[in-house]
Ligand binder design. Structure first.
Ligand SMILES: [Zn+2]
Length: 386
């Protein structure tokens, strides 16, 4: 072998090792990035999910469950953030609840990292940023970006075909790592199935009346800017949509198909007494036709390529140069949640859910999401990590 060839090989191998080391360090760092939660005045206890299903203990998905007990009894509502962590508005709403909400009547149960493993990785090959920061009144707070699917480091390999349990319906193989395709879960199943199973156990034992799963969707996806509801929630969801559309922003209602399995709005309602609902906001960051996949794009929701797709009639939601800023998306979810509590109360005067301290749509837009995040440095003894 000539000296020149040897030198070329050496250069290529060195570049490969350098790439491996720098990207490996970045993956390691983002998987372990600590996300503080400043416990608000309404949080009464925080318990690990393994409380309701011991085999989850010590796994990546033994997430925190925040209880906000009201001053007087009433209805119990469960709010799920981070079913799909790459849809950050939902997670940020649960942060706002944990750090600000006070329950006057009834009880709130909040999960910030429903699929915690999925918060530790981004979409493979998607070139998504590993994290993003929200400006606050005291500086900024940084969050893991996350993916739609459980991290393959925690659950691998995927099967050739995935049969949903217990329906037996065949779903996309990769959805075995999608917590919103494995409900109601399986005690002896994969990590993702066990996560849904543990949450189902909690829903039943804690007697949850209303469950709301917070999501975001690409504009090319038809289920967007809407509340998807189980048949037992149809009247309530329709009234919530009408009220919000009249007073704050346009939002629709869709009925959960009875034969499409694995989704929270179908299975939680079928396998527990809870009314199950799912809310979607627009997130251009997920669109296949998006431009630069940057932290800024995630927060502003501005993208000229997605606007172009809209001009060609390819979208199910409007978008212009103003984009879909994170405050708009978070505010849609907080108002939807508060409106659900109010509408529920009109139908159940003997079992109310009264929440205060949570900003509605216009307040989130006026003050910014970060205004509702508090300084961990000034909250000694009241900080937990996701
Ligand atoms: Zn989603």
């Amino acid at each position: 072998m000539s000296g020149r060839l040897l030198a070329q090989k050496f250069v290529v191998i060195s570049l490969g090792i350098a790439l491996l080391a720098t990207s490996g360090a970045s993956f390691y760092k983002s998987r372990r990035l600590k996300e503080p939660v400043v416990l608000g005045p309404g949080v009464t206890t925080v318990r690990p999910l393994s409380t309701w299903f011991a085999p989850l203990r010590g796994t990546a998905n033994d997430c925190n469950v925040y209880f906000l007990d009201g001053r007087t009894p009433g209805a119990t509502m469960l709010v799920l953030g981070g079913s799909h962590p790459e849809e950050p508005a939902g997670r940020l709403v649960t942060w706002i609840l944990a750090e600000n909400a006070i329950v006057q009547k009834g009880r709130l149960i909040v999960v910030l990292s429903t699929n915690r493993s999925a918060t530790t990785v981004t979409r493979l090959g998607g070139a998504y940023p590993p994290d993003f920061s929200i400006p606050t009144d005291f500086g900024s707070r940084t969050f893991r970006m996350g993916d739609r699917f459980t991290n393959p480091l925690d659950q691998w390999p995927d099967p050739e075909v995935y049969f949903h349990y217990p329906s037996g319906q065949q779903l996309a193989y990769v959805d075995i790592r999608n917590v919103n395709r494995v409900w109601p879960g399986r005690a002896n199943g994969t990590l993702t199935e066990q996560t849904a199973y543990a949450l189902m156990e909690m829903i039943k034992r804690e007697k949850v009346d209303i469950e709301l799963d917070l999501h975001e969707a690409e504009l090319q996806y038809p289920v967007i800017s809407t509340i998807v509801t189980h048949q037992r929630g149809q009247d309530m969801a329709t009234l919530v949509s009408m009220t919000l559309t009249d007073s704050e922003f346009k939002i629709g209602t869709e009925f959960s198909p009875r034969t499409l399995h694995g989704l929270s709005h179908r299975e939680i309602g079928d396998f527990s007494p809870a009314v199950s609902l799912l809310a979607e906001t627009p997130e251009p960051f997920l669109d296949a036709t998006r431009g630069i996949t940057s932290r800024e794009q995630l927060l502003t929701g501005r993208d000229e390529f997605v606007v172009k797709a809209g001009q060609h009639g390819l979208l199910f939601e409007k978008i212009d140069e103003k984009g879909w800023p994170i405050a708009v998306r978070v505010g849609r979810h907080t108002s939807t949640l508060l409106q659900i509590a109010e509408t529920w109360g009109e139908d159940h005067p003997d079992k109310l859910l009264v929440i205060s301290g949570v900003p509605r749509y216009k307040e989130v837009i006026a003050n910014g999401v970060g205004h509702y995040l508090h300084d961990p440095a000034k909250a000694a003894g009241r900080v937990v990590y996701e």
